[in-house]
Design a protein. Structure first.
Length: 115
């Protein structure tokens, strides 16, 4: 597979560099996800507090139930939107983390297929 020790060392060094680059990319992706989670949590808490205030000051039980149902519908839709966004962020982080290994995989694949 390797013709010389130097070639094997270069391959190992390339793998290590790819790992460091991938770990950095994944860390950035996870930081983005954490920031997004904190922002979503803050917004959700604010909306919940506002809705609770409105429900507590409602003039009738019907109005309170209407406010509660509207809040639940909005919360559910917001959750689905956020869930989709998390999926996209995770996928982007994984793709970015895999990029440094593409050259390594192509190199090994070409050496194996040439035999």
């Amino acid at each position: 597979m390797f013709k010389s020790v130097e070639e094997m060392q270069a391959f190992g060094r390339g793998g290590f560099e790819a790992y460091v680059t991938a770990a950095t990319a994944m860390t950035k992706g996870l930081q983005t996800i954490a920031a997004e989670s904190a922002d979503y949590s803050r917004k959700t808490f604010e909306k919940s507090s506002q809705t609770l205030e409105k429900v507590m000051t409602a003039k009738s039980v019907e109005k309170a139930l209407e406010l509660q149902q509207g809040f639940m519908k909005d919360a559910y839709e917001s959750f689905l939107t956020q869930f989709t966004k998390y999926n996209e962020l995770y996928a982007a982080a994984v793709k970015e983390a895999y990029k440094p290994f593409e050259a390594q995989v192509a190199s090994v694949t070409s050496k194996v297929s040439s035999k």
